[in-house]
Design a protein around this ligand. Sequence first.
Ligand SMILES: Cc1cc2nc3c(=O)[nH]c(=O)nc-3n(C[C@H](O)[C@H](O)[C@H](O)COP(=O)(O)O)c2cc1C
Length: 103
Amino acid sequence: MLKEAPLAIVVCADTSNVKYDGAFWVQDIAASVQNILLQGEALGLGTCWCGVYPKEELVENMSKLTNLLEHIILVVVVAVGHPVEEREVRERYNPDRVHNETW
Ligand SMILES: Cc1cc2nc3c(=O)[nH]c(=O)nc-3n(C[C@H](O)[C@H](O)[C@H](O)COP(=O)(O)O)c2cc1C
């Protein structure tokens, strides 16, 4: 879908500017991507989270394509477009996957 999307948002981590010991940037990126998806939905747009990091080959190729500096890690590309179909929302909650107190 990326090829046809009118917009792609490339979400990256700047490893030269991390808080704490740097171990949390993956979670920061995931939260920001989720916010991008929610905002897209609010604007009536369609989005798709395309995972890049930590697949080395994808990271390497996509970084070359976007001409990134060494300390910038490309983590996710979000395709943004105009949805052509409405999908039914399925209930997938499975209580067996919820663990209380311990796993
Ligand atoms: C970490 C992550 C990586 C993803 N990478 C891709 C991807 O590379 N290509 C793609 O088409 N969708 C990708 N998706 C989107 C999923 O295919 C799917 O559209 C999304 O998770 C919503 O569907 P679900 O409710 O069935 O999970 C990714 C989603 C997540 C959370």
